[in-house]
Design a protein around this ligand. Structure first.
Ligand code: 5GP
Length: 188
């Protein structure tokens, strides 16, 4: 096990080994690029950045600190995922205390896999009539994607890997790694 600030090429999270996939320096570059695009697209506006807990807390906090436009930030929880496989059981949205009616909302998510969670979230949020609704997701598993919405601000397209770190967990652990690691199937 490594401490959060120590970079390792291989880590053990609970019962599984993971190997380094994306270093924090590269993550930083990607977030800078996304923030620059959002700055440009939302010039003169004050979007509401809506982070999806738990996974997006780190990406959302990095992203908002790189924005130059004024913005507000809030978090909602919409968890449906346990262990290594994405569950199709979708829970209700909690924590949407701020009115989003008439607001320019940017959903900030850690990862879009099949897209089921995000599709449900889009449906729920559209019922609240925001002025506009866009998606920023740090990772996007293009091969696993089964929906038809588009991701407006996509950090990184990845194959069907299971990844941890930078907010993403394996069974509640590994979220605090500054780098992203992929499941190392070789010695599971
Ligand atoms: P979807 O509904 O798009 O299939 O799954 C979305 C959720 O599944 C994400 O918000 C995340 O919580 C979880 N998830 C999907 N793929 C991964 C992954 O590779 N690693 C981790 N840690 N979580 C994942």
């Amino acid at each position: 096990m490594v401490t959060p600030h120590e970079q390792a090429t291989r880590v053990k999270v609970r019962d599984k080994f993971f190997r380094l996939y994306l270093q924090k320096e590269k993550i930083d570059e990607i977030v800078n690029g996304l923030a620059a695009r959002i700055d440009q697209d939302y010039s003169g506006k004050t979007p509401l950045i809506l982070g999806i807990l738990n996974g997006a807390f780190i990406f959302a906090s990095d992203l908002v600190r790189k924005l130059h436009i004024p913005c507000e930030i809030s978090f909602v929880k919409y968890s449906s995922y346990h262990g290594l496989e994405s569950s199709e059981e979708i829970n209700r949205l909690i924590g949407l205390n701020e009115g989003i009616r008439g607001r320019d909302v940017i959903i900030v998510e850690d990862i879009v896999d099949t897209g089921f969670t995000m599709a449900q979230l889009l449906t729920d949020l559209k019922n609240h009539e925001p002025a506009s609704l866009r998606i920023a997701s740090f990772c996007f598993k293009t091969e696993a994607f089964r929906e038809n919405f588009s991701i407006d601000y996509c950090g990184l397209e990845i194959p069907k890997l299971f990844v941890v770190g930078y907010g993403l967990d394996y069974d509640g652990a590994g979220r605090n790694f500054p780098d992203i690691y992929q499941l190392d199937e070789s010695d599971v």
